[in-house]
Design a binder for this molecule. Sequence first.
Ligand SMILES: Cc1ncc(COP(=O)(O)O)c(C=O)c1O
Length: 379
Amino acid sequence: MKPSSRAVHAGRDLGARSPLAPDMSPASVHVFIDLDDYDAVARGEKPGYYYGRNSNANREMLERAVAELEGAEAGVATASGMAALHAAILALAPRPATILATRELYGGTAALLRQDLEPNGYEIHFLDLTDLDAVRRSVQGAGLVIAETITNPLCRVPDLEAIASMTRERGVPFLVDNTFATPLLCRPLELGATAVMHSATKYLGGHSDLVAGVVVGDTALIAAARARVARTGTPLGPFDAWLALRGLRTLDVRMRRHSENSLALARALHGMRGVVRVYHPLLEGGNRLLAQGSGGMIAFDLDGGREAVQQMIKRFQLVTFAASLGGVETTVSYPEITSHRSMSAEERAELGVGPGTVRVSVGIEDPDDIVADFAQALS
Ligand SMILES: Cc1ncc(COP(=O)(O)O)c(C=O)c1O
């Protein structure tokens, strides 16, 4: 099956009289009449569910679907993308180790590494993963490498395949945050990554109505992540899993439209008043890792800093300011006070994120309407 068809059907096993859309299963606990039967289900030797923190039908269906789309053996769905990251990192590097992470990392991930892992003995090095010589120099002795398929917010695309070949050679696990690209545009496991995580809050769900995360990888890794998620109490709830799976069914058509619209807006922004720089993964030509498009994420720098950004936001008629991304509607975010607020101004400046930097999550509206709203707001 092609990936677009897989998105429509993944994770389910329909038989005669099955519901076409999955039933909701909110039960926190299932009853048993046979102690051996319970024991076998709890050990995972028999199919079934016993307690909601450990397993649930809706969660399991989403996990299977994302694993199938990413080409993974298994997946575990968590209460948020951050919970997925935490579970993935600790499954890949359970004891204090050196973690190499992309310099241009989602601020929440950077905060997790610095505020939760560093005080527990992990050493964190941030580096530019598009500089392969720097990666080569640093990877020896590392315990984990973390990359984002498309960086947040400046939309750069590291060569995941080259990084994966370096990490594999040295036996270093490689975790990719594939939130911005989704498995329809990039499948990092096929490029050699060890595990992939998503904030399913974004494109997988796609409708700004849930918070969720998923980690996928091989069976042993996911068993370790799942056990930790159960112990720490961070699994995804049934209704959010149901919603995420419902969103996933239209992922292909949404990602195609996001990709077309983001390119149209990036091109149009170039000529708009006050726009000094536009960041889009494919604006300067194709990228072999994103052959089908790059989704809806772009960024631009506006002359006039925070005040100019504020004026633009006030004038929008269609676009809204919202500190998330990946929904059907076009939104802008201001990294200085949203995704990158945990960094100092100096750290942001080093990355190239300044007071005029705006991140756009380009939605699936008509591209003419999106471009017109930016044009009038910046005029
Ligand atoms: C690239 C990326 N990774 C992870 C996360 C964290 O996900 P969540 O907010 O679902 O915990 C986000 C959230 O913005 C993100 O943009």
